[in-house]
Design a protein around this ligand. Structure first.
Ligand code: NAD
Length: 297
């Protein structure tokens, strides 16, 4: 059994830490900004005074934080993880952050004689709870092989894509696909509803056909039922598309529809929707069409 530090017990991190505890591992977290749930404490979660102390206790330290600045702070800030590291320990960074910062963080951590994997996930809160996450990993094959049994407790489709940063690059690609799919499903349902068809029946009729997708299934259902509690918050998807658009700028390429999707998320945020599920992108299209596909609950 391993000694595992886990920092970032939010929507995703809490169920993930729960699976590690259920498997019999010792799991430590830090109190700062990470309120531990009673359920995790009952399962044996141990709370340390700082990220440094988490790193002193854990052989593997997993991070599941909102964004790049929080990861940098937890890793390298005062009393941060790096202050408690010793050669041989492994950092697994599972938040969705920028590939460029990832390479820098990895190089610093590896310079301390430790190992680093970037391992962002897809599959949402549902996948975190069901331990069916897709995990996209960047780093050394030998480190990946060593911690694979831990990944197996959290997910199903687990792939080492390449070196450090490649896991995060894969996650950015994932977020582009998801955003554009949400936009496609939103436009289709607004069109169908305005034309007089029942959007719920249209969605059902399309399932299994060529237009079928996980987004049509899960997010399409949310749009029809108007259940926009997160899930995945619009502000987090804005963060991911910002990484995509900033990366595209640096690479000198154009991502026209990613820009459009980001503008639609921006419109949702401007109307007070930043903390709603990203399926509520449909609200921006409904505003533009002056037509709602259903009544808000
Ligand atoms: P969340 O906001 O629910 O959880 C983040 C947690 O980190 C919170 O508990 C917060 O208190 C904690 N935190 C923030 N700063 C901290 C600090 N300095 N020290 C310790 N703890 C700190 O977010 P989430 O939805 O769990 O997402 C986490 C990451 O996973 C994000 O990068 C997100 O993009 C990614 N992600 C989320 C989903 C999803 O469906 N929610 C899916 C895939 C990937």
């Amino acid at each position: 059994m391993a000694n595992i530090g886990f920092i970032g017990l939010g929507l995703m991190g809490a169920p993930m830490a729960g699976h590690l505890l259920d498997a019999g591992h010792s799991v430590f977290t830090s109190v700062r900004k990470t309120p531990a749930t009673n359920e995790l404490l009952e399962k044996g979660l141990q709370v340390k005074a700082s990220a440094k102390e988490v790193a002193l206790s854990g052989d593997v330290i997993i991070l599941m934080l909102p964004d790049t600045p929080q990861v940098e702070h937890v890793l390298f800030g005062e009393n941060g993880v790096s202050a408690g590291l010793a050669p041989g320990k492994t950092i697994i960074e599972m938040s969705s952050i920028t590939p460029i910062a990832t390479k820098e963080f990895a190089s610093n951590i590896i310079g301390m004689g430790c190992s680093y994997l970037d391992a962002p996930v897809s599959g949402g809160e549902v996948g975190a709870k069901a331990a069916t996450l897709t995990i996209m990993v960047g780093g050394e094959q030998s480190v990946f092989d060593e911690v694979k049994p831990l990944f197996d407790l959290l997910g199903k489709n687990i792939n080492l894509v390449g070196g450090n940063g490649d896991g995060q690059t894969t996650k950015v690609a994932n977020q582009i696909i998801v955003a554009l799919n949400i936009e496609a499903v939103s436009e289709a349902l607004v069109f169908a509803s305005k034309a007089g068809a029942d959007p719920a029946k249209v969605r059902e009729a399309l399932m299994g056909g060529f237009a079928s997708s996980k987004i049509l299934e899960v997010h399409g259902e949310r749009m029809v039922k108007r259940t926009f509690d997160p899930g995945f918050r619009i502000e987090l998807h804005q963060k991911d598309l910002n990484i995509a658009l900033q990366g595209a700028k640096e690479l000198g390429i154009s991502l026209p529809n990613t820009s459009t999707a980001q503008e639609l998320f921006n419109a949702c945020s401007a109307n007070g929707g930043a903390a709603e599920d990203h399926s509520s992108m449909i609200k921006a299209l409904e505003l533009m069409a002056n037509h709602k596909i259903g009544d808000d609950v």
